[in-house]
Design a protein around this ligand. Structure first.
Ligand SMILES: Nc1ncnc2c1ncn2[C@@H]1O[C@H](COP(=O)(O)OP(=O)(O)OP(=O)(O)O)[C@@H](O)[C@H]1O
Length: 633
């Protein structure tokens, strides 16, 4: 019995779990299948419901400036981007926040009105998302994009602005006339392609996606690497090494057949921003406190900085020559924000004197050359005349003989004894005498009239002379007054003397340790070398052959020859090397993205709102990696 009991129990116990588990399994499988089918159904419905974007907005999210613009399928091939400074600031003693172009406008009027100037990126990566959202919002406003009310209260944009519908309604009448007249585009019918730096943290990408989907309510969002896009316009640039020297960082991206070599990408935290900051310290330590004057220093860097082709030689020249007498010394007249709003470069007195001397020498040389040429020509002409005289001797003698014959003939005619002719001659001589008398009278009268006129003229001339003298005196006084005013203004002018900074500051790109930056930081040539050496060895010769520099700072004079010069000493002689400069250093990435998008449908490079919602939001961007084959992100 116990056995049977036990058996029975055991059988029951064995059977019961089986009985119990089976329906569970069934339930689980059914639930998973139902989930999957639901997801699929929802995806099918959502993909079907996702409207195609009516316009594509490309935004190159630069640390210095946003480059943005529309890319519609039928767009003109010559579409170019617009620029918006990626910066916000506060006005002193006011609550107003200035964004993008407003900051630039105020900076041009008087930058000292602003404080708390904040940039949204560090080393090219968005680090102040709240700040960045404000700049994006400004960009969308300028483009005439209508943003729907925030879907989530806790969105980044809502946090940044405390957005409320009432608040936005209040803002509407303040819109400029230009904005009101431009066509309003709803954000829901918009696809956005954002250009970001390589190796941008996934967390940042996810947050950016969140903001664009949730706060701005666009329908599609895509990402691409700006450096990879910069290679696009160059059809030949399928394999090469792209060097992007920008505002906050320098990137080196080697590519093979338009695919980035991910493990060989290098980033150096050095760019235009650091040059401005270093110059700020130099100027503030030596002359004026310009620590808050970023805009002035940006102008100084743009107008005066250059890369030295022989750094040591120029330093020696600086040591051996007195300040103000060096060939590279310049004056930068700071704006006074009353009469001038932009700094101006001026030559030093010594440089002016040198230029004048050179000009005089040049003129003298030209004069001497002209004189020598004239003398030569005269000598040539004289020799030609001598030859002509020698040849023309005979005909001249013949002419003389003919003239003599004619005179002889006339004498013979006069001497002929003819009575009638003599009478006629007498009459004519009387007439001529009369005529002579009347002529004499007329002449005498004319003389007298002339003398009267001369007296009048003399009086008039005297008056004129007086007037001229008065005028001259007045002009002289005016000139003196102007000169005095100019001197006063000059005395008031604040002049920044610029000397070795012109090439020692940009030299930081080649020797970062000179500017107290970490010693481990490699200069630009070594960075390129490191990057190329990290690529497969069969690729390296092709990469050396095609090094392409882009980015705003690549416009520094002499950057390309200096880089070539330094790289040549580091690369084996048998390897060919070529460094080229981009034709579009600032907006090359935007133009590349435009061309790239033209060939590809938006579904390939973007995630739709429905895809994003269906795939648990956070993982949606992974699609971009798989769909693009990793080419652009
Ligand atoms: N003519 C010029 N000469 C020298 N430097 C220049 C010139 N024009 C612009 N720059 C510098 O180029 C830099 C901006 O370059 P760029 O527009 O490529 O940066 P970005 O793409 O906005 O920033 P990032 O590369 O950090 O994302 C600024 O430092 C600016 O001072």
């Amino acid at each position: 019995m116990p056995e049977s009991k036990s058996k029975g129990r055991s059988s029951r116990s064995r059977a019961s779990p089986a009985k119990k588990t089976e329906p569970k399994k069934k339930r689980r499988t059914s639930s998973t299948t139902s989930k999957k089918s639901k997801e699929a159904a929802s995806r099918a419905t959502t993909t079907a419901s996702t409207p195609a974007p009516s316009a594509v907005l490309i935004v190159d999210n630069g640390g210095d400036k946003l480059k943005y613009g529309w890319m519609t399928p039928n767009a003109d091939a010559a579409t170019t981007p617009q620029y918006l400074p990626n910066v916000t600031a506060r006005l002193k003693h006011q609550l107003t926040i200035l964004v993008g172009d407003q900051v630039e406008e105020t900076a041009e009027r008087n930058p000292s009105q602003m404080y708390a100037i904040t940039r949204s990126t560090e080393r090219g990566i968005v680090t102040h998302l709240g700040n960045q959202v404000q700049v994006w919002k400004r960009m969308l406003d300028l483009l005439g994009v209508v943003i729907p009310p925030p879907l989530l209260d806790h969105g980044e944009a809502s946090k940044a602005f405390g957005w409320k519908v009432t608040h936005r309604r209040k803002q509407q009448p303040q819109q400029s006339q230009q904005q009101q007249t431009t066509q309003r585009i709803p954000a829901v019918s918009l696809a956005v392609l954002l250009l970001v730096p390589p190796h941008c943290p996934r967390l940042v990408l996810d947050q950016i996606m969140h903001v664009w989907m949730e706060d701005f309510g666009v329908s599609h969002v895509g990402f691409a690497t700006s450096q990879m896009c910069a290679t696009q316009p160059h059809a030949k640039f399928q394999t090469g090494c792209l060097v992007d020297v920008g505002w906050s960082a320098t990137h080196v991206v080697p590519t093979f057949q338009n695919m980035p070599q991910q493990n060989a990408i290098r980033r150096m935290p050095l760019g235009g921003r650091h040059l401005v900051n270093i110059w700020k310290y130099y100027a503030s330590y030596r002359q004026y406190n310009l620590m808050d004057q970023e805009w002035i220093l940006r102008d100084v860097v743009r107008q005066l900085a250059y890369i030295s082709l022989d750094f040591q030689k120029e330093l020696q020249l600086a040591q051996s020559t007195l300040p103000g007498r060096r060939s590279f010394d310049r004056n930068f007249v700071l704006p006074d924000y009353q009469t001038t709003f932009r700094g101006q470069v001026e030559l030093t007195d010594f440089a002016k004197y040198q230029l004048e001397q050179e000009e005089e020498k040049r003129k003298k040389k030209e004069q001497e050359e002209n004189n020598a040429q004239q003398q030569q020509q005269e000598a040539d002409d004289e020799s030609e005349d001598d030859d002509e005289d020698f040849n023309d001797d005979q005909p001249a003698q013949e002419d003389d003989n003919a003239q003599k014959d004619e005179v002889k003939k006339m004498d013979e005619d006069e001497n002929s004894p003819d009575g009638e002719d003599a009478e006629k001659d007498r009459q004519t001589s009387k007439k001529t005498k009369k005529k002579k008398k009347s002529r004499k009278k007329r002449r005498g009268k004319r003389k007298r009239d002339q003398e009267d006129d001369d007296d009048d003229d003399e009086e008039e001339e005297e008056d004129e002379d007086d007037n001229k003298q008065l005028l001259r005196q007045r002009l002289l006084r005016q000139q003196q007054e102007e000169e005095r005013r100019r001197r006063e203004l000059e005395a008031e002018q604040q002049v920044l003397s610029v000397s070795v900074e012109r090439f020692t500051v940009p030299e930081v790109l080649f020797r970062p340790s000179d500017a107290n930056l970490p010693v481990e930081l490699a200069g630009l040539p070594h960075l390129i070398l490191q990057s190329i050496k990290a690529c497969p060895s069969f690729l390296q010769p092709a990469l050396y052959r095609s090094i392409h520099i882009t980015g705003g700072l690549s416009q520094l004079p002499n950057l390309q020859p200096r880089l070539e010069q330094e790289l040549r000493t580091l690369i084996p002689n048998e390897l060919e090397m070529k460094v080229t400069l981009s034709e579009h250093p600032v907006d090359g990435a935007w133009l590349g993205a435009r061309d790239w998008i033209r060939e590809k449908p938006y579904t390939q490079w973007s995630v739709s709102r429905d895809e994003w919602e269906a795939s648990q939001k956070r993982k949606a961007w992974i699609k971009l990696l798989t769909v693009n084959g990793g080419a652009l992100v």
